[in-house]
Ligand binder design. Structure first.
Ligand code: AMP
Ligand code: TRP
Length: 333
């Protein structure tokens, strides 16, 4: 049995990019690997490394929890929890900060990019973020971490910290592996296909599809996506980034490869392709929204999160106590 763990930050409403790049893959993994244990969490402590509006954050945490389940995860083989409800994450995060070097943290591309964007008021937590992420992973003897490509550097650091701890204090942590999915790895903005579709966009953004957008608006956004002017449905990321991105979305949802899609639209223009894609995306998201509506205000969601919190706490406490003991903290050997 392998332990598979991942987290998503509750910053904004999840997008079609989050769904195709992360959530849908979690569901697929869970269906394929029935022998394995799945832990997914809402990385709310990571969210506050940049300022958040408290009311919005509280709503986003709950929305994300409901959306994880609404996308089709099986709750019977799942520990779904909110990071801040398992205090061991912050505690183990501190142990990891005591293992990590300034130089290692300074090399993190995501920190460099985010602090450049932030300019003023870059928090110390934004800097030490990768140590908390290492803690998230190492608390559960995790084998596999499904993440986007942008997280691989953090995962490498997690491995380094685990190995360093094991060498210094004897074998304690399992050294985890990353799992990056190929297709759907990157969904681009519909208005600017050179930029990643991101949930940090303004909610009114036309280039970004949010999973809780009204279905009509989703269709409209697809139909008004930017494409080139030759009107030939062909996958060519370098020269035709707009249509290529739409084909990626099409392929991720239907499972058809690019050649099959190209063959289907020979002699037909972008209009017909976009109209079909609008229906395909709309029906996929409508299913998610139906499930979401049933869950969001239900006691079932709270029960799942309570159970997840309790199970995660049990596992995390064991691992944290072990790490404390090895380091020499606490009175008992
Ligand atoms: P974030 O929205 O950056 O917190 O990312 C949460 C998860 O969704 C990560 O696993 C990302 O790799 C994935 N993700 C975010 N945006 C996209 C996108 N545009 N295309 C594919 N995957 C994405
Ligand atoms: N840093 C990840 C992101 O930005 C979210 C995250 C936090 C995470 N802790 C994690 C992902 C542990 C996997 C495992 O997407």
């Amino acid at each position: 049995m392998a332990v598979i763990l991942s987290g998503i930050k509750p910053t904004g409403i999840p997008t079609l990019g989050n769904y195709l790049g992360a959530l849908k893959n979690f569901v697929k993994l869970q269906n394929e690997r029935t022998e394995d244990k799945f832990l997914f969490f809402i990385a709310d402590l990571h969210a506050i490394t940049v300022p958040q509006n408290p009311a919005e954050l509280r709503a986003n945490i709950k929305n994300l929890a409901a959306l994880y389940l609404a996308c089709g995860l099986n709750k019977d083989n799942l520990v779904l929890f909110i990071q801040s409800e398992v205090a061991e994450h912050a505690e183990m995060g501190y142990i990891m900060q005591s293992m990590a070097y300034m130089g290692e943290m300074e090399r993190m591309t995501q920190f460099k990019e985010k602090s450049r964007k932030q300019e003023t008021g870059v928090t110390t937590a934004l800097f030490t973020y990768p140590a908390l992420m290492a803690a998230d992973i190492l608390l559960y003897n995790t084998d596999l971490v499904p993440v986007g490509e942008d997280q691989l550097q953090h995962l490498e650091l997690t491995r380094d910290l685990a190995i360093r701890f094991n060498n210094r204090y004897s074998d304690t942590f399992k050294v985890p592996e990353g799992l990056v999915t190929k297709v759907g790895a990157r969904i681009m903005d519909l208005q600017n296909p050179l930029k990643k579709m991101s949930k940090s966009e303004d909610p009114g953004d036309k280039g970004c599809i949010f999973l809780l957008d009204p279905i009509d608006l989703i269709k409209k956004k697809i139909k008004s996506a930017v494409t080139d002017s030759d009107s030939i449905v062909k996958y060519d990321k370098a020269n035709k980034p707009g249509i290529s991105n739409l084909m990626t979305i099409y392929s991720c949802i239907t499972g058809e490869d690019y050649k099959t899609i190209e063959a289907k639209y020979v002699g037909k223009g972008y209009g017909e392709f976009k109209s079909d894609l609008a229906d395909i995306v709309a029906s996929e998201i409508a299913k998610i929204q139906d499930n979401y509506k049933k869950l969001i205000n239900s006691s079932e969601l709270d029960e799942i999160l309570d159970k997840g919190r309790d199970e995660a706490t049990y596992l995390a406490r064991k691992q944290l106590s072990k790490a404390y003991r090895k380091v020499g903290l606490g009175r008992k050997k």
